[in-house]
Design a protein around this ligand. Structure first.
Ligand code: KDG
Length: 351
C-alpha cells in the first residue's frame, strides 16, 4: 500500500477516535458538569418545585413553562414539576437551588426578605390599587433592579409571576375595623414586615412555612391567615376558616428563581429558552390568576364562608397604625428605592 494512502487512513482513524471521545453517551459533550456548555442544547432534566397545588394558577403556570421549554428545546430540556411543597417549603427549596440540588422554584418575594431586604417593599400595605400597577412596577426598573441582587446569593431571577392581593381569613369573627385585629393569632409568612405590621394592629402574629398552615388552622394553633382567594380555595382553607374579610392589604409577587450553579452550566441558547419560557408562561399565569381570583370569591361564599367588606376609612386607619413600621423598614431598605417605588406607582396611575 502506498505510504500516503497509509498515512491518510491512519489520520482518518485518529480523527474518528477524537470525534467519538468528544461525543460521550447520548450526544452529551464531555465537558465536566461545572463548565458552561459553549453552544447548542443538551439533554437535561430540570427539577422545579413550588409550594402551591397543581390546580392553583402557580401550578398551572409551571405546567405551561414545562411545555414551552420542551417545545423550544425539541424535547431535550425536560422540566420535572413538584407541587404542594413535595420538595420542601419555600426556604428549603431556595436553599436547594443555592446548593445546586434543585434547579427552579417560584416563591413569594416575602420569605426572601431575610436574604435581600429590598424585596420588603412588596410587603408594604396598600401600595398597589390593581394588578396593572403591580405589573408596571415589577416589570420596570424597580422590580428588575432587585432581581440583579440575586446572583450574589447563588440565584438567578428570570421574572415575576403573580400571587396576588391578600385577604384575611379567621375562625373567630368578622374583621371590619382596625380594632377587630386585637388578640387574633394570625399566621404570617416568614417576613418581618408582615410580622411587625400585624403586631402593630394588636394581633399575635406567628410566622410559619405555607406547608404548615392548614394543620395550624385546623388545630386552632392559629386563628387566621391571609392569602389571595385562589390560595384560600385551592388549599381548602374555607373548611377551617368561617370568616373572610376583604382587606386586600398587600399585593405579593412570585419570583421565578433558577439555581446559579445550574444556570452557569447552560449555553446561551439554553438560557434563552428558559428565560423566554418563564416570561411567556408568566403572562399566561398572571392572566389565569386574575381569572381564578375573580371567580373564586363567589365560590368561597357558596362554600359557606361569611364574607365582610372593609371600608376605605377603616383601611386608612389600619394604614395609619402600621405607618411607623413601614417608615422603619423604608429606612432599613433604603429611602431612594422606596421613593422610586412610589414614583413608579404614580407613573403607572398616570399612564
Ligand atoms: O410557593 C409559594 C408558596 O409556598 C407561598 O409563597 C404562598 O403566599 C404564600 C404564603 O402565604 O406562604
Amino acid at each position: 500500500m502506498k505510504k500516503w494512502v497509509k498515512a491518510l487512513s491512519m489520520g482518518l482513524i485518529v480523527l474518528s477516535l477524537i470525534v467519538l471521545a468528544g461525543c460521550g453517551s447520548g450526544g452529551k459533550s464531555t465537558e465536566t458538569s461545572s463548565e458552561k456548555a459553549a453552544s447548542g442544547i443538551e439533554e437535561r432534566v430540570i427539577k422545579a418545585g413550588i409550594g402551591l397545588n397543581e390546580d392553583h394558577p402557580q401550578g398551572q403556570g409551571l405546567k405551561k413553562f414545562a411545555e414551552l421549554v420542551a417545545e423550544k428545546s425539541g424535547g431535550k430540556l425536560k422540566v420535572q414539576n413538584y407541587y404542594s411543597a413535595q420538595l420542601g417549603d419555600d426556604q428549603k427549596m431556595i436553599e436547594a437551588l443555592q446548593g445546586g440540588l434543585q434547579e427552579i422554584t417560584i416563591p413569594s418575594t416575602s420569605p426572601m426578605v431575610g436574604m435581600i431586604k429590598e424585596f420588603g417593599i412588596f410587603d408594604f400595605p396598600f401600595v398597589f390599587n390593581n394588578e396593572e400597577e403591580a405589573d408596571y412596577v415589577l416589570d420596570g426598573p424597580v422590580g428588575q433592579k432587585i432581581l440583579e441582587k440575586l446572583p450574589e446569593f447563588g440565584l438567578i431571577g428570570l421574572t415575576y409571576w403573580e400571587n396576588g392581593f391578600r385577604n384575611l381569613t379567621n375562625s373567630k369573627r368578622p374583621v371590619a375595623t382596625a380594632e377587630d385585629f386585637q388578640g387574633l393569632k394570625i399566621r404570617t409568612m416568614q417576613n418581618k414586615v408582615h410580622l411587625e405590621a400585624f403586631a402593630a394592629l394588636g394581633a399575635n402574629p406567628t410566622p410559619m412555612p405555607f406547608s404548615e398552615v392548614f394543620t395550624a388552622l385546623e388545630s386552632k394553633t392559629v386563628d387566621g391567615q391571609e392569602n389571595p382567594f385562589a390560595t384560600i380555595e385551592s388549599n381548602k382553607f374555607y373548611e377551617v376558616q368561617p370568616y373572610l374579610s376583604l382587606t386586600n392589604h398587600v399585593y405579593t409577587p412570585f419570583v421565578f428563581l433558577v439555581s446559579k450553579k445550574f444556570w452557569d452550566q447552560l449555553s446561551e441558547e439554553e438560557q434563552k429558552i428558559l428565560r423566554d419560557s418563564a416570561i411567556e408562561a408568566g403572562k399566561y399565569q398572571r392572566e389565569l390568576n386574575r381569572k381564578v381570583n375573580g371567580e373564586a370569591l363567589e365560590r368561597l361564599k357558596s362554600y359557606g364562608m361569611k364574607v365582610n367588606e372593609v371600608s376605605p376609612e377603616e383601611k386608612e386607619k389600619m394604614n395609619e397604625i402600621i405607618k411607623p413600621v413601614i417608615d422603619k423598614f423604608a429606612k432599613e431598605i433604603g429611602e431612594d428605592l422606596v421613593n422610586e417605588l412610589y414614583s413608579e406607582v404614580k407613573k403607572a396611575r398616570n399612564k
